[in-house]
Design a protein around this ligand. Structure first.
Ligand SMILES: [Zn+2]
Length: 318
């Protein structure tokens, strides 16, 4: 059950009921140690962005250029994740392909298969190698989105490549989301792509990483909020450990959160922890979800239902 949190304010009867609804028991049986069935009861919250990996690097090999000592923590399996997420009422999770594995999505796909109904997936593919075919193959394996990230490439070359156009066009057809891990300087490019591919579902990660360097610039925030005029654009309000002052309870992020909320509305925002990074360096899982549940007082309980469950359900669980 959801444990009442000590910071609950008195006189919030409706809030308490709401939290109890979200936190109904998740029954999980670890059949044979390799699989798990979630019992479908009340739907609980959805964490829209988590990475998992295994120390078993013989079975799941790291991509060229990656070494085991870059895996920090050395292990973050779905079991480790759920130990953080379940006590906070989180029942389902969107897995984001981890960089160590490059274009080999097999660990994530195996986790999706072993926990039916619990995980959805965002894969990484090489946009220059038959992207349309790969996107459609992965659709059948539970992949509902694709991470795009420029890395060190020139931004213009990256976003305007033929492979990238194919990905956006195919996503409009399949309904999979293009999930952009970008810095604020790429927001205008995403805007142009949204004009061109208006039917493509697009999710911008972590507020467009505004505040990553500690500075929340109003010009960046304007560029992010301008994307709201494209009806298929969503924003992850996530990764609080990495933005602004980077200290719980993260209330310095609330003005940005509110502005994004006013631009997009709750039906196009989704909360995510970005574990395991959210549960390191003195940050906790509870610290993250509590910004939405306890601190963002401009949200109604209906808004919270969207941000903590329904938006991610619509985009990733179908
Ligand atoms: Zn992440």
């Amino acid at each position: 059950m959801f444990k009442a949190h000590s910071s609950h304010k008195p006189g919030l009867g409706a809030r308490r009921w709401f939290l109890q609804q979200a936190g109904a028991v998740l029954a999980v049986s670890w059949g044979g140690g390799r699989s798990a069935q979630a019992t479908p009861c009340a739907p609980g919250w959805i964490d829209a962005h988590v990475h998992v990996w295994t120390p078993d690097v013989r079975r799941y090999r790291l991509a060229p250029g990656w070494t085991e000592d870059q895996m920090n923590p050395p292990s973050f399996t779905p079991w480790q994740l759920l130990a953080h997420a379940r006590p906070c009422g989180v029942r389902r999770v969107v897995l984001i392909q981890m960089s160590f594995y490059g274009y080999d999505n097999s660990y994530m796909l195996d986790v999706i298969r072993r926990f039916p109904g619990v995980f959805s997936g965002v894969a990484v593919i090489n946009e220059h190698q038959q992207p349309e075919q790969k996107m459609k193959q992965l659709l059948a394996q539970g992949v509902r989105g694709f991470r795009i990230h420029p890395g060190r490439q020139d931004l213009q070359r990256w976003i305007h490549s033929p492979g990238m156009q194919t990905m956006w066009r195919t996503a409009a057809e399949t309904g999979q989301a293009i999930c952009a891990l970008i810095n604020p300087d790429a927001l205008p490019l995403i805007d142009r792509m949204c004009q061109r591919w208006s039917q493509t579902p697009v999710v911008v990660d972590h507020f467009g990483r505004i505040g990553l360097d500690g500075q929340i610039r109003s010009s960046d925030l304007r560029n992010l909020c301008r994307l709201a005029r494209h009806k298929n654009v969503y924003v992850k309000v996530s990764a609080y450990y990495a933005l602004g002052k980077k200290r719980p309870p993260y209330t310095d992020l609330l003005p940005m959160f509110r502005q994004v909320y006013e631009a997009f509305g709750p039906q196009r925002l989704m909360w995510a922890s970005d574990c395991p990074f959210q549960v390191q360096g003195g940050h906790t899982y509870r610290d993250s979800i509590d910004l939405v549940l306890q601190r963002a007082d401009f949200l109604s309980d209906q808004d919270r239902l969207w941000i903590l469950r329904k938006t991610a359900q619509k985009v990733y669980f179908w």
